[in-house]
Design a protein around this ligand. Sequence first.
Ligand code: MG
Length: 276
Amino acid sequence: MKYATFIHQGQQLAGTLDPGRQTVQPLAFDMLTIIQKGPMFQGPVLPLSAVQLLAPIANPPHNVICVGKNYHEHLKEVSHTAPSGDSVPEYPIFFTKASTCIIGPNEPIILPTLLSQKIDYEAELAVIIGKRAKNISESNAAEYIFGYMIANDVTARDVQKRHQQWFLGKSLDGFLPTGPWIVTADEVNAHDLTIRCWVNQELRQQASTASMIFSIPKLLQTLTSGMTLEAGDIVITGTPAGVGMGFNPPRFLKNGDNIRIEISQLGILINPVVGA
Ligand code: MG
């Protein structure tokens, strides 16, 4: 099943989506309630062309939980300026983004150019938690996953470094494009998905989720050993190699760029980049 949040005739709704028929079926609840209670159909099927897709979840219960340096090749590309920092982490690196930075498909990423000249993209697989999770094991982690979607962990590299903690440079408004919809876990083999990211026509990132350093079950087991995750929480699982700061010289985002992220089975997320 694929779930989307959208606007139809001025009203924000959630519904199921059929990419083949290009239709959406409105549901009675918002996305967080659907995740907890399941779908209750309401209203006629609509053509996809009659709605505007929004971020599938704009208001998760917590900050969006993120994983740093979770692909070997990405670890190498961001560590060339810090030789001591290039060892494989012994434990997952967790940080968060403020949920207020979430935007949806086709919404512009507005560059805060007065604040940063080094704004970067990070294509990532996002996991949606399906029910309250505490002290779960790797072997039963799958029971707690509602589904998956695409995310772009947009980052102001200069702000990220300036403040030492990554939170601010990762949480600027518009810095988490998500979507275009959620695909439920039963339809996805999350451990072998191909992530691709293009900036304009150029393929910058391409990797399989099979090459994560810490698997999704390992990440969820680690997170929930002492901390509760709730239905609707979002965990983004790290980006593969090919980010702008990995190039020499670096290639940061600029006004007029267009970012297209494709993850097999999950769709395509496109966001234009606009100068402030
Ligand atoms: Mg990231």
